[in-house]
Design a protein around this ligand. Structure first.
Ligand code: MG
Length: 374
């Protein structure tokens, strides 16, 4: 087998405990998160690491990612040239529709290999960094609101400035009360709100006009995916920029957002786009339309977030910061050391070869629910 061929892939479905129950998005509490870790090995002994973090609203679970990888995507990958990343992702696209989280894991592993092969960080392969650090947003999502405010005050004192409040799963009056309390408790903060599709189109405008008094930097995905006409009306009616998250998952949807005017700004997530190349294409279309981008996440750990940091650090249009705080503030233990060091309000783009992460094999074994080799 030629040296650069993909020879074997190790897979682990892992379950990671989290520090405190959090209610991102839907309002449902989480105690632990399940993800899939992959190790892609080439014939000449290089290993690239990848991570799939599932997103339930898109029909993903760790188990569906594992099944798609094991039965469909990895069999289509084995024997392929690891250096032809675009071609390998075409293979993945032809093998099965959807499963963007599983495809993202594969692509980041191939970039990890590509960087290690030439001794350069992935950011260098994408043209080099325009920023070494990315401003970090922390999400106010603890069911104990008072505890979250106290923590946010400590973080503000330590130099952290951006906070994103998960709104839309409590009564509107409670959201307004909480936003007022935050503005009072955290003077000078950069406040964002994320509705995670939580509002009904018919009364979203009235509720969001109430929220504008708190001067959020953006209002993220107030109405559900599929309600892009309502999203466009909100974007036209409100002074505050709308940030599209669930409504933009691909370059095609970004193009539609520009044509139809439903995104003043956009969240980029590798798990939505299915990898770095498509994420970069989304950002390029957004940039051409004057739409800045933001580094969003799911419950991703340090492997996937390192990949995202390498890409977003190279994108001038990604000016709204990122929310890559899971390894530092949410996971009890990750399977890689916290290379992003998300303290003082910034994450640092890793500088080592490839993704720049050293995976802790013993920790993977500890957290593993299922271990496979393809
Ligand atoms: Mg969101």
């Amino acid at each position: 087998m030629p040296a650069d061929r993909i020879q074997q892939v190790g897979l682990w479905l892992i379950e990671s405990p989290i520090k405190s129950a959090r209610s991102h998005g839907s309002g449902h509490l989480k105690q632990a998160v399940r993800r899939v870790i992959i190790a892609v090995r080439t014939a000449d002994g290089l290993t690239g690491w990848g991570e799939a973090a599932p997103w339930a609203p898109f029909g993903h679970t760790a188990e569906t990612a594992l099944a798609a990888l094991r039965h469909v995507l990895l069999p289509a990958l084995i024997g392929g040239d690891a250096t032809r990343i675009g071609l390998r992702m075409e293979d993945c696209a032809h093998a099965i529709a959807g499963h963007s989280d599983a495809k993202a894991a594969i692509e980041m592993a191939l970039w990890d290999i590509a960087g290690k092969r030439v001794g350069a960080p992935v950011s260098a392969l994408f043209g080099g960094l325009v920023r070494e650090t990315i401003p970090l947003s922390f999400s106010i999502a603890n069911p104990d609101f008072a505890a979250d405010v106290a923590r946010a005050q400590e973080m503000l004192a330590a130099g952290h400035r951006i906070f994103k409040v998960k709104t839309g799963f409590l009564p509107h009056e409670e959201d307004v009360r909480r936003l007022a309390a935050l503005r009072e408790a955290l003077p000078g903060m950069d406040l964002r709100v994320d509705y995670n599709q939580g509002l009904a189109p018919h009364d979203a405008l009235r509720q969001l006009r109430d929220v504008e008094q708190f001067a959020p930097t953006f209002i993220e995905q107030p109405v559900p995916r599929g309600q892009e006409a309502a999203l466009a009306r909100l974007a036209a009616a409100l002074d505050t920029p709308i940030l599209a998250d669930e409504s933009v998952t691909s370059p095609e949807e970004m193009l539609r957002a520009v044509r139809e005017g439903f995104a003043d700004s956009v969240s980029i997530k590798l798990m939505k786009s299915g990898g770095l190349l498509a994420a970069r294409a989304i950002d390029a279309i957004a940039a051409a339309a004057g739409v800045p981008s933001y580094g969003g996440t799911l419950w991703e750990g340090g492997i996937a977030l390192a990949a995202a940091a390498h890409l977003l650090g190279t994108l001038p249009n990604c000016s709204l910061g990122c929310e890559f705080y899971m390894p530092t503030y949410a996971l009890v233990r990750d399977v890689v050391p916290d290379v992003l060091l998300a303290s003082g309000g910034f994450v640092h783009v890793p500088t080592g070869p490839g993704l720049g992460v050293d995976v802790d094999a013993a920790e993977i074994a500890t957290q593993a629910v299922e271990t496979l080799t393809v």
